[in-house]
Design a protein around this ligand. Sequence first.
Ligand SMILES: CC(C)(COP(=O)(O)OP(=O)(O)OC[C@H]1O[C@@H](n2cnc3c(N)ncnc32)[C@H](O)[C@@H]1OP(=O)(O)O)[C@@H](O)C(=O)NCCC(=O)NCCS
Length: 158
Amino acid sequence: MVAISDLRDRPDFADVVADRVWRAFWKDRGHPLSLLTGLVQKNLEAGPIPTGLVAHEGDAFLGTASLIACDEEGRPHYTPWVAAVWVEPEHRSRGIGAALVAAAADAAFEAGAGRVHLLAGAQRRSFYEGLGWIVLEADALREGMFILVRDSDRAPSP
Ligand SMILES: CC(C)(COP(=O)(O)OP(=O)(O)OC[C@H]1O[C@@H](n2cnc3c(N)ncnc32)[C@H](O)[C@@H]1OP(=O)(O)O)[C@@H](O)C(=O)NCCC(=O)NCCS
């Protein structure tokens, strides 16, 4: 059975999360793996932001997503963000990516956010739109990059 856990409860997955996120999003930009290892360690500190989530079947790693304060320094007024969404290639198209994104957004709403953001390239836009996310900015920051948002349907606290 697929479970989604907070990395604070499964810190044994921290190294594989750092490795996959580094390979997918950071390696080609010349950043060392040690930078990601350090960032992922911050997900083990007191929450709620940042929070790292891991999808797993028992001890088998399936995927990850994070909730972070800022994914784009040019938009400091947007916070928080869902980021670093990754599903192991052999486990794609099982609904795991959708479940991770939903869980990260829920963590944001649980923390009191009314809106959560994410940054996606053109090839991932339809994935997020299919999950109910709405484009807030097209060609944001550079051509072909989209900022999408999802709003909480929880009543604001009195
Ligand atoms: C994008 C990614 C996270 C999707 O994970 P996944 O577990 O395969 O996605 P799901 O099975 O939950 O798919 C959910 C829905 O999105 C659709 N979908 C999946 N990948 C898609 C894509 N690339 N484009 C459009 N729709 C997509 C699925 O068909 C499914 O629709 P359905 O519910 O109508 O069947 C995964 O392909 C991945 O890790 N890619 C590499 C890293 C990456 O690009 N991360 C996102 C950075 S912004």
